[in-house]
Write a protein that binds this ligand. Structure first.
Ligand SMILES: [Mg+2]
Length: 124
């Protein structure tokens, strides 16, 4: 089970394409970009109205259409997420932030940038 697979099932049921090859081409990717904007706007207005229920609904809808965008473009979201997570966590060697004398969180030597190109298979 994954959010991306749930949305893939929905898309197949709705006769939308679920790509396995990487590409931004096609009307469906544009549609999902529009849906992401729409759901973001709905979530923002729910937040401005202090409507927690609608914020929760909007956040789920946003994840839904973001997964739809990944499926429209052949992006394996989980592998990208794992890379971004590893990069973010590399800021905390031994689970702790390194701060300077002013309390600013510093990037330690262990820090590395996410290599999305590699994760998507564009380089070794
Ligand atoms: Mg919505």
């Amino acid at each position: 089970m994954s959010y991306q697979n749930d949305v893939a099932l929905f898309m197949k049921s709705g006769e939308q394409g679920v790509r396995s090859e990487l590409s931004l081409e096609g009307d469906q990717a544009s549609l999902y970009m529009d849906l992401i904007t729409e759901e973001y706007q709905e979530t923002l207005s729910a937040f401005e109205n202090s409507d927690l229920i609608e914020v929760a609904d909007g956040l789920a809808d946003m994840v839904w259409v973001i997964m739809g965008m990944c499926n429209s473009c052949g992006i394996d979201f989980d592998s990208v997420w794992q890379e971004v997570k590893a990069s973010n966590m590399s800021k905390f060697p031994d689970g702790k932030a390194i701060k300077n004398e002013h309390g600013k969180i510093m990037k330690p030597d262990s820090y590395f940038k996410p290599n999305i190109k590699k994760v998507l298979g564009f380089e070794e």
